[in-house]
Design a protein around this ligand. Structure first.
Ligand SMILES: [Zn+2]
Length: 250
C-alpha cells in the first residue's frame, strides 16, 4: 500500500512537471508573435486555444485544470511587449480572407502586402493548431454587462443571425456561456444547464473568427466565454467540458 501511494505520488509529481511551454515565434511587420504551448499528456485530436492575451481568467483556469487532470495541450498567443506599434488587428478575426480584410481596415492597417503577411500568419496558426483536430476549444473572457452575452443571440438580439438555437438558464450569469458549432456538444451542455448557443453555419456573419472558420470546415468547435474574474465558474464550465470530451470524443 505504501509502495502504491508512493508510486501515485511520483506519478502526480511527474505529471505536474510534464506541463511544458514550447514557444513558436512568427513575425508580422514589426510585431513578434509567440505561440506558447502548454502541454500535459496530450489528448490527440483536441486542441485548446487562447488568442486574446488580455483575457487572463480563462487561461489561468485552463492551465490549472490541464495541470491537475494531467491531460491536454493549450496554445496561447503573446505579442512582444516592446512592440513599437499597438496591435493592429484582432487575432480572432483573421481566419477567413473577408474577416482579415475587415479587421485590418477597421484598424487603419490595410494594405495588400500587410494582408498577405497576416494571412500567412493565420494559415500557419491554423495548420499548426487547428486543422486535423476533432475538437477545438477556445477560451475567452468578456466583461460584466458588456456588449456580448448569451441573450445577444436570442431572436431580436444583436447577433441573432449567428445562432441556430439558443438555450438560456435564467439562474446563470448571462456573461457566462458556451458557443459551439456542434449539435452533440450543444445537447450535452444544455442538458447540464449551461447557457449555450449553436452557431448557424449558413447565416453566421463572416467576421473571420475561429468559430466561423471551423463552422465552414464542419469542425467541432466550442468557445468557453466567461466573465473576466469568474474563476470558479470557469473551472465548473471547464470540468463539464472535460466530461463532455470523455463522453463524445473518446
Ligand atoms: Zn476573446
Amino acid at each position: 500500500m505504501k509502495r502504491l501511494l508512493a508510486t501515485i505520488g511520483i506519478y502526480f509529481i511527474a505529471s505536474a512537471t510534464f506541463l511544458s511551454a514550447q514557444p513558436h515565434s512568427v513575425k508580422l511587420g514589426n510585431t513578434l508573435i509567440q505561440w506558447l504551448q502548454f502541454c500535459s499528456h496530450p489528448s490527440p485530436g483536441i486542441s485548446w486555444v487562447h488568442v486574446h492575451e488580455n483575457e487572463t481568467t480563462s487561461v489561468a483556469a485552463t492551465r490549472a485544470l490541464i495541470d491537475s487532470l494531467g491531460k491536454g495541450c493549450l496554445v496561447s498567443w503573446r505579442h512582444s511587449p516592446d512592440s513599437l506599434q499597438p496591435q493592429r488587428y484582432d487575432p480572432n478575426r483573421i481566419y477567413t480572407p473577408e474577416g482579415l480584410k475587415k479587421t485590418l481596415q477597421a484598424n487603419g492597417a490595410y494594405s495588400k502586402p500587410g494582408f498577405t503577411a497576416a494571412q500567412r500568419v493565420a494559415r500557419q496558426f491554423i495548420s499548426k493548431y487547428v486543422d486535423g483536430n476533432r475538437l477545438v476549444v477556445a477560451l475567452h473572457n468578456n466583461s460584466d454587462g458588456g456588449g456580448l452575452h448569451i441573450k445577444s443571440y436570442l431572436p431580436g438580439g444583436e447577433y441573432a443571425n449567428d445562432a441556430a438555437e439558443v438555450f438560456v438558464n435564467e439562474a446563470e450569469d448571462i456573461d457566462d456561456f458556451f458557443y459551439t458549432t456542434d449539435r452533440r456538444i450543444f445537447d450535452f451542455l444544455k442538458a447540464r444547464g449551461f447557457n449555450i448557443l449553436l452557431q448557424n453555419n449558413a447565416s453566421v456573419t463572416n467576421d473571420g473568427s475561429l468559430s466561423v472558420y471551423c463552422g465552414y470546415q464542419q469542425m467541432a468547435y466550442l468557445n468557453i466565454e466567461a466573465q473576466q474574474g469568474h474563476l470558479q465558474e470557469q473551472k465548473r464550465m471547464m470540468l463539464a467540458v472535460f466530461d463532455m470530451i470523455e463522453t463524445l470524443f473518446k
